[in-house]
Design a protein around this ligand. Sequence first.
Ligand SMILES: Nc1nc2c(c(=O)[nH]1)N[C@H]1C(S)=C(S)[C@@H](COP(=O)(O)OP(=O)(O)OC[C@H]3O[C@@H](n4cnc5c(=O)[nH]c(N)nc54)[C@H](O)[C@@H]3O)O[C@H]1N2
Ligand SMILES: Nc1nc2c(c(=O)[nH]1)N[C@H]1C(S)=C(S)[C@@H](COP(=O)(O)OP(=O)(O)OC[C@H]3O[C@@H](n4cnc5c(=O)[nH]c(N)nc54)[C@H](O)[C@@H]3O)O[C@H]1N2
Ligand SMILES: [Mo]
Length: 682
Amino acid sequence: MLVTVEDGVATQVRGDPDHPTTAGVLCTKVARYTERTYHPDRLLHPMKRIGPKGSGQFVRIGWDEAIDTIATRLGAIAARDPEAILPYSYAGTMGLVQGESMSARFFHKLGASLLDRTICASAGGAGYTYTIGNRIGTDVEQFQNARLILIWGGNPIASNLHFWTRAQEAKRRGATLIAIDPYRSLTAEKCHQHIALLPGTDAALALGMMHVLIAEDLLDHDYIARHTLGFEELKQRVVEWPPERVAETCGITTAEVTQLARLYGATARRGEAVAIRTNYGLQRVRGGGMAVRNICCLPALVGAWRHAAGGIQLSSSDSFPKDRLAVQRTDLLPAGRVPRTINMSTIGDDLLRPASPAFGPQIEAVVVYNSNPVAVAPESGKVMQGFARDDLFTVVLEHFRTDTADYADFVLPATTQLEHIDVHGAYGHLYMMANNAAIAPLGEAKPNTEIFRLLAARMGFDDPCFADSDDAIAAVAFDNKHVHAVHFDWESLKRSGWQKLAVPEAPFAEGGFATPSGKCEFLCARMAADGFDPLPTYLPPYESAASNPVLASRYPLAMISPPARNFLNSTFVNIESLRETEGEPHLDMHPDDAAQRAIVAGDMVSIFNDRGTFTARVRITDKARRGLVVGLSIWWKKLATDGKNANELTSQRLTDMGGGPTFYDVLVEVAKAGPDARKQNT
Ligand SMILES: Nc1nc2c(c(=O)[nH]1)N[C@H]1C(S)=C(S)[C@@H](COP(=O)(O)OP(=O)(O)OC[C@H]3O[C@@H](n4cnc5c(=O)[nH]c(N)nc54)[C@H](O)[C@@H]3O)O[C@H]1N2
Ligand SMILES: Nc1nc2c(c(=O)[nH]1)N[C@H]1C(S)=C(S)[C@@H](COP(=O)(O)OP(=O)(O)OC[C@H]3O[C@@H](n4cnc5c(=O)[nH]c(N)nc54)[C@H](O)[C@@H]3O)O[C@H]1N2
Ligand SMILES: [Mo]
């Protein structure tokens, strides 16, 4: 990103035209980054709460008072039991410096509870890693050379624009694009074919494809023999998944299953590149880990990895060799006692849990940075109840007074990307990136690192690492002993802005998977050891008509809440130009489902289940398949119609593997809203 600065003021941000992946293009949201940075609501001073929790009443204080009081409170809790303190952070910035560096050092030294950062990608990550060995896949810059691209559980026009550019180029060159998504997303609309399966059934579709590929011998026997493990066992397993059974499970036609498999197998057999861009949409369900695992078996079966443009990408994150020990200093953890780990996806229940031998101490303090859990975490009603606890001490580092900040005892103003130094990896492309500060911090805002440095000093932590500058941390962010990053040098990265990792063009053309066997593992001993079926299988959703008919008799509709194009999770929701484009919270509903409920276009509707309710304006559209409703997300609650968002209805049940959330595994009912639905916001 290039920033124009005039008299110390950032006047424009634009993409760097020279950067190969992004090629001068910013997404809709980030293009508004100056509007966000100079927004009149930016937090510019530390603040202390004066009203009841959640009321958002604060008074300005100085940094000294803030740091003194917070350090004293945390110190007193830590003296009793440091595990009663919990850091809570995620994707606000994914920078290696302003993410988990000084903060991690601080909480490690304190001996605070560890946080398992599961809320986004851990289920799919686990499934991918069992099969492939690490999260390395096809380079996004290769996709334009593919002949067939399956866009599986992703909506790149909204959420991964620079991949979409490549997919469109492939299309111009004659490639076929197929979207596999229960919803006709912006992306699905522009693909040649859209397979609208039921949410949470992707694992079955992959099993059905494997069945057809094997039955019709559309295989690369040489690749299978040399670079895979467990083909005979896989063959036995997929016999159980004929296309008829798969079609029934997925709510699609038998022809859709067989034709997809045939196109995939036959294109590869002709020696052309078949590529899968799978994304995180499909793993936010009970069997999400297994679904990604099954899909990961497909490229090896047809030898797709032989091509640089073939294979699969879920994430490029493990291509970046991060030096976590140097940056996060796990060696500072208390000797001989690893603190307990709290899963961020069950923060609602955990904040409400009393002390017990199994759980440990009650959570007495939460320090939130780079996250907005009151809006983004599942089963929001409980999350709010937890944060509303009068005996909970809460500190929030933020740019804005978010739904979460409203519950804080202290809100500390953080700098934005324009105001601080950072170094970034990526999860879609393969470039290390320097984030140079373009402008001075606004008001009294400070980088996350500086805030934790001040707290560490006030707590008397004297390890020299607590005095490291952001520059010094950035300089050790990547491990330049690793082949991918031997050329990493912070000073030169700062000058060039970005530099591609030294990765092979076709990562698994000659096998070399990072699994224990070195092969793509159809049969995975580590899965067996971890208590999973070692072969691809199908786990139905927790909540679906087929798996839970009793619940479905009361709540017959599946609900998903994927990202809206103009928001980034809950970031940018308070930026007027972007929110105006989204308008208000909507619910997309199929005409038949609407007619059954006497709901007409434009009605306000209540969406509800046993966990909660939220209100939205209905859009009647066959973009949502029958039986599915879609509420694009993630709205700030206080800017939504009734002070609530889709996460009122999502559950805290976790995925099969990786401890991930099941945001898209939810049954609901919808009814025309009563006249008082549109409560006045405070
Ligand atoms: N504009 C925008 N861009 C973003 C984000 C954002 O909030 N807004 N968030 C960023 C982040 S943190 C992430 S993790 C990524 C997420 O981006 P993606 O990985 O693309 O994931 P989602 O957007 O959650 O879901 C994408 C698609 O999956 C579909 N889907 C839902 N359930 C299922 C299912 O069971 N099976 C299948 N096959 N499809 C399903 C949804 O309908 C949706 O169209 O995007 C990043 N980019
Ligand atoms: N229903 C539903 N829920 C979801 C999802 C979904 O698709 N549907 N998606 C899930 C996914 S994929 C993810 S990744 C999570 C994301 O959840 P979060 O990680 O909480 O992401 P955001 O909602 O974007 O909130 C990030 C906050 O960090 C702040 N921030 C940004 N930069 C900085 C900084 O440098 N310092 C500090 N202190 N603060 C900063 C921003 O102002 C913002 O308020 O949400 C999950 N929740
Ligand atoms: Mo995410």
